[in-house]
Design a protein around this ligand. Structure first.
Ligand code: SF4
Length: 268
């Protein structure tokens, strides 16, 4: 008689009361350890990433810029989510090119298009630049291309409210890129950017033409200068909220560092 019943995903120790990690958990753990080691081996950023400048909390950006240690590093799952985002972006590039878009994602030397200002202390790398598309779309070039992969809920909200309202961080990112790339790609701020969002659950696509927002770019740039200056003189910028339970704080990687003392006082 065959008996394969013992080959379920659960493993049990000799003492039946002790549950061992399942096979999935053990393999996932190995992968996550490898991903974490790979991530830790990468050099820390020594600049303010323009993609982050629309972040609501200046203090958080200051922590990031000055490489203050996070409460804990990225989990293996988060690193896997980041990696999956790159794969979705790769797919979007392929699909747009198949559809006739002249989409450039890197220079002949293999580097991404980008910019560096303030003696290299503010830098950004763009997802791509479009320099041609099917005529029927009546687009003008060059245009910035920005791509994000979102879960179904986030994607639907972006479709419903538009990128500026739903994802102001991305809108700030595009405005900043358009402003700072104008020097090396003349005309990129005259034409709307093409924002692309992929629904990670259903592979649905969303495209939005986003006109250059000069006042937003200026606001973001001024903010970057404030962060650089504060870091230079060692002053901490104010928190964006007085409520440690604010939803952005609850998900912030610096929450303990930022609020522990106050939380202690509140609880005392
Ligand atoms: S915990 Fe909140 S206030 Fe503190 S850095 Fe993070 S987002 Fe800003």
């Amino acid at each position: 008689m065959l008996d394969f019943n013992h080959s379920s995903g659960l493993a049990w120790a000799a003492d039946d009361n002790i549950k061992c990690p399942s096979f999935t958990e053990r393999v996932s753990e190995l992968i996550d350890q490898a991903l974490s080691a790979e991530h830790k081996a990468q050099p820390e950023r020594d600049y303010l990433g323009a993609s982050r400048l629309g972040e609501n909390c200046s203090l958080k950006l200051q922590y990031e810029y000055t490489n203050i240690p996070k409460d804990k590093g990225f989990s293996g799952q988060t690193l896997r989510i980041f990696a999956a985002g790159h794969v979705f972006e790769y797919l979007a590039i392929r699909w747009l090119r198949l559809a006739g878009f002249e989409l450039f994602t890197e220079k002949p030397n293999g580097y991404q298009f980008g910019f560096s200002v303030a003696d290299g202390r503010i830098r950004g790398h763009v997802d791509g630049i479009i320099n041609g598309a099917p005529e029927a779309l009546c687009l003008t070039f060059p245009m910035l291309w920005e791509c994000k992969s979102l879960n179904a809920k986030s994607w639907k909200d972006t479709v419903k409210r538009g990128v500026s309202k739903s994802k102001p961080v991305y809108a700030a990112q595009m405005a900043t890129y358009q402003a700072y790339m104008e020097g090396s790609v003349p005309g990129i701020s005259k034409n709307p950017a093409l924002f692309t969002a992929i629904n990670k659950d259903t592979a649905e696509l969303y495209f939005e033409l986003v006109p250059f927002d000069a006042s937003l770019a200026q606001k973001v740039s001024d903010r970057a200068v404030t962060i650089l200056k504060a870091a230079e003189v060692g002053e901490l910028l104010p928190r964006h909220t007085a409520d440690p339970e604010h939803f952005e704080c609850r998900f912030c990687a610096y929450r303990n560092r930022c609020w522990d003392q106050l939380i202690g006082e509140v609880l005392a």
